[in-house]
Design a binder for this molecule. Structure first.
Ligand SMILES: Cc1ncc(COP(=O)(O)O)c(C=O)c1O
Length: 286
């Protein structure tokens, strides 16, 4: 398996990351996860746009144009023969000595770009059965719109869910549900679908963007409106969304069944609409 390191396709064993890399020292970098179906990228442009938007927010000059990045990632999945899988890519601000919180002058630093692939089939079984979750206070920072490689708050939450034998942590701040540790979260009440609006409290999920679009086109009533923990717990249906998990039913929260305790009709409809969007871009999914 090849990886990308500083715009070159190389063997993973050839990659050298400096101990003074600001990604390693400060988590000073951003990342993306892009899904591949049938050997084609799904919503690649949207992921690349989000990467460029995030880079701007942290004054990081990316070492490629959008077109150059597309070409490198396409070469990577081709050489690794990825049919269904993920591309993980990250860009750090690079190596700066001596260690200093202040961003180094762009003239004195080169961002470090790496990307790798994994083969990950669609987890249809999980999408049919749904997942269990706990709720936790959202103790993360206030720039959750940036897809930062600094994920300590997220991994602490996910690990707490794991310790309790559950699969996801649904986070809340000031009584309002924000998102999950590694996905956006949605609830359905009386036929209306709710999810937290974009802003600094949640990641503007690409899956969320696609789901909003297909739901509205299909005439499903959707509101980008924050909802409370109490509303979440009395919802008819709950689901999370992410690039890797698509629309994933949540069937139990804090030990109590959501609705009937089985994936409901609207999340199933949204799963199908999402799949239709995937197939329209990447071809028939077997
Ligand atoms: C905190 C968080 N929110 C939301 C998402 C969903 O984003 P996307 O749909 O772009 O994968 C992710 C995905 O990794 C995430 O980590």
């Amino acid at each position: 398996m090849k990886v990308i390191w500083n715009n070159q396709l190389v063997e993973r064993s050839a990659v050298v990351i400096d101990m003074e890399d600001r990604g390693y020292q400060f988590a000073d970098g951003i990342y993306e996860v892009i899904r591949v179906y049938n050997g084609s990228f799904f919503t690649m442009d949207k992921h690349i746009d989000r990467l460029f938007t995030g880079a701007k927010k942290i004054d990081l000059t990316l070492p490629f144009t959008k077109t150059e990045l597309q070409k490198m990632l396409s070469d990577l999945i081709q050489i690794n023969q990825i049919d269904t899988g993920n591309v993980y890519l990250q860009v750090t601000r690079g190596i700066a000595i001596p260690r200093n919180h202040v961003y180094p002058d762009v003239a004195n630093v080169s961002p470090v770009f790496t990307a790798s692939t994994t083969i990950v089939p669609r987890n249809q079984e999980k999408m049919n059965s749904g997942i269990t979750a706990i709720t936790l206070p959202d103790t993360r920072w206030l720039h959750c719109d940036i897809k930062s490689i600094s994920l300590l708050g997220n991994i602490m939450a996910k690990n707490e869910a794991y310790k309790q034998g559950k699969e996801e942590a649904i986070l809340y701040r000031d009584g309002k549900v924000t998102e999950c540790s590694s996905s956006n979260v949605w609830m359905i009440k009386a036929g209306t679908v709710y999810t937290h609006p974009d802003g600094n409290l949640v990641l503007p999920g690409i899956t969320k963007m696609v789901l909003l679009e297909v739901a509205r086109k299909a005439g499903i009533l959707v509101k980008e409106e924050a909802f409370t923990l109490e509303q979440l717990k009395s919802a008819d249906e709950v689901f999370s969304s992410s690039t890797t998990a698509e629309a994933m039913p949540v069937i139990e929260i804090d030990g109590t069944a959501v609705g009937t305790g089985k994936p409901g009709p609207i999340v199933k409809q949204l799963q199908q609409l999402y799949l239709d969007a995937v197939e329209a871009q990447c071809g028939k999914i077997q």
